[in-house]
Design a protein around this ligand. Structure first.
Ligand code: MD5
Ligand code: FE
Length: 203
């Protein structure tokens, strides 16, 4: 458990805390029930990362804006539950970072092809900012960019790789961040993709 220099207090990095190999079967099972899709933004273009969800609430974007939903709009069915091993992992990481009894109700799963990133934003659609976000990085390495409260300049880069887990909350919970485009490569489990699991207390 360490606090990377590139970011700020209340951002914790757990290097090599898990691996894509350990989570892969559950990832395939989630995607079989709730397939990856490119959601639309309010501006009318598709999100570059493909997304799906598990848990009671799933994050969605459409022409009507962002919303957490209990039902997958693509299938009309509830999102699959968060796999037990994933929940245990998120709870363990949160506990190490000082959050006792973390109970996420939402897990957004992002899939990035080579060359794809995510622009600068902060995560403010949740009801409960007292609870941290736990982010699990799988597959190809990339860099996160971190700004914190003031979204100015290029931001600071944090290199991350398969199996790393980030926990960020409290004063960092509403910090601005981005994902730099994924450099070319091939991961033995994930192929030419990077995945990210983002656990949140959304409801
Ligand atoms: C991703 N997802 O990789 C990111 C990971 C999102 C989203 O941002 O809203 O779906 S979130 C973890 C993150 C990003 C940037 C910086 C830091 C963590 N950090 O320095 O702690 O799909
Ligand atoms: Fe985010």
């Amino acid at each position: 458990l360490l606090q990377p220099e590139a970011v700020q207090p209340e951002v914790w990095l757990l290097p090599q805390f898990t691996s894509a190999a350990a989570l892969w079967a559950d990832l395939c099972a989630v995607a079989a029930v709730a397939p990856f899709r490119h959601m639309m933004t309010r501006m009318g273009h598709p999100v570059a990362a493909a997304m799906t969800n598990c848990g009671a609430l799933g994050w969605t974007s459409s022409a009507r804006g962002y919303a957490y939903r209990t039902v997958d709009p693509e299938t009309g069915r509830p999102w699959p539950p968060i796999p037990a091993a994933w929940l245990a992992l998120a709870r363990e990481a949160a506990a190490l970072a000082g959050y006792a009894d973390y109970v996420p109700d939402a897990c957004l799963v992002n899939r990035y092809a080579v060359g794809v990133g995510m622009g600068r934003h902060n995560d403010d659609s949740e009801q409960d900012f007292s609870q941290p976000i736990v982010s699990v990085l799988l597959g190809l390495p990339t860099r996160f960019a971190w700004w914190g409260d003031r979204p100015e300049g290029r931001g600071r880069d944090l290199p991350v790789q398969d199996g790393d887990v980030l926990v960020w909350g409290r004063s960092a919970r509403l910090g601005f961040h981005a994902v730099r485009p994924v450099p070319p490569g091939r991961h033995p489990v994930c192929g030419e993709f990077r995945f990210n699991l983002t656990f949140r207390k959304a409801g």
